[in-house]
Write a protein that binds this ligand. Structure first.
Ligand SMILES: Nc1ncnc2c1ncn2[C@@H]1O[C@H](COP(=O)(O)OP(=O)(O)O)[C@@H](O)[C@H]1O
Ligand SMILES: [Mg+2]
Length: 285
């Protein structure tokens, strides 16, 4: 069994003359939470829907659990959990009835009550789906995606529109999926969400990956250290790849002049600064 759950290589997708995905390549390891992070229109949903088998690609190679998702395969579909957008579900059934109903469709379904608990809906198990809040309905959608006990779960913008408490609950669910050994591909336009959940992140902009790596290292490869201090009341800032050498030179010269470098600090750009820089529109840089 390959240790890669997803392999995407040079993926392209055009809608008419619009090239929404322009040569995207990435791998997701088994058991990993991988985040596609980028602004609206970056091509995240298009990429995910191709991996789910809902859209045909224009070019490139895609492997999901060792299969080409364009080739329909029922066994394969049961290994993948897809969160459907709540579409006209019978409004009068309860959460428990909905989950139990879906469980019957799978040979190795998870326990319905345990799955309801997994998404934090125990207290709503007997509520009718029409009486759920938006966030609770999204959690029900997630329970329905998980009931077949998939190995791989796709979550497209799982918390968009959630209030802070609902976001925290959803984050907890993703962490529990990881603890269960599931592979998760999530998309988000929230930097903090990618940072909190993803083992690795690819930043997508205009159909291309502009940076990739563990969230806490993403900025480092491309961002330089900043060394700042005050001189005669004015802030002086240098950028460098080698702060050891620069600090040595600055402090040596200052000491030779009998000065001190007030407020001396060495920092790196935060991931937020890197993200905003990478995803900024050309005309707003
Ligand atoms: N079915 C479609 N037909 C035409 N254009 C589309 C379609 N779906 C998405 N697009 C366009 O493709 C680009 C990428 O969209 P999408 O993949 O939804 O991005 P994201 O999920 O990152 O917001 C956008 O410019 C969007 O308007
Ligand atoms: Mg989208």
């Amino acid at each position: 069994m390959s240790e890669l759950a997803i392999e995407v290589s040079n993926l392209h997708k055009s809608y008419g003359s619009l090239e929404a995905v322009r040569g995207v390549s990435f791998d997701v390891r088994r058991g990993e939470v991988f985040g596609l992070l980028g602004p609206n229109g970056a091509g995240k949903t298009t990429t995910v829907e191709i991996l789910e088998g809902y859209r045909r690609r224009s070019a490139g190679e895609v492997w999901v659990l060792g299969h080409d998702p364009e080739v329909r395969d029922r066994g394969q579909q049961q290994r993948v959990g897809i969160v459907l957008q709540s579409c006209g579900f019978y409004p009068r059934v309860t959460v428990r009835e909905a989950v139990e109903h879906f469980a019957k469709a799978y040979p190795r379904a998870r326990d319905p009550a345990g799955t309801i608990a997994l998404v934090g809906l125990e207290e709503k198990a007997e509520a009718r789906t029409k009486d759920l809040s938006g966030g609770q309905r999204r959690r029900l959608d997630l329970a329905l995606a998980l009931i077949g006990d998939p190995e791989l779960v796709f979550l497209d913008e799982p918390t968009t529109g959630f209030d802070p408490a609902a976001r925290r609950t959803a984050w907890g669910v993703v962490r529990r999926l990881k603890d269960l050994g599931k592979t998760v591909l999530l998309t988000t336009h929230y930097l903090d969400e990618a940072q909190a959940l993803a083992d690795r992140v690819a930043i997508v902009k205009d159909g291309r990956i502009v940076a990739e790596g563990p969230p806490d290292q993403l900025g480092h490869g491309r961002s330089r250290y900043r060394v700042a201090y005050f001189s005669n009341g004015r802030r002086v800032e240098h950028q460098t790849d080698d702060p050891t050498e620069l600090l040595h030179r600055l402090t040596r010269d200052a000491l030779a002049r009998g000065e001190r470098l007030d407020g001396l600090e060495v920092t790196r750009p935060t991931l937020e600064e890197v993200y905003l820089h990478l995803t900024a529109d050309a005309d707003s840089v």
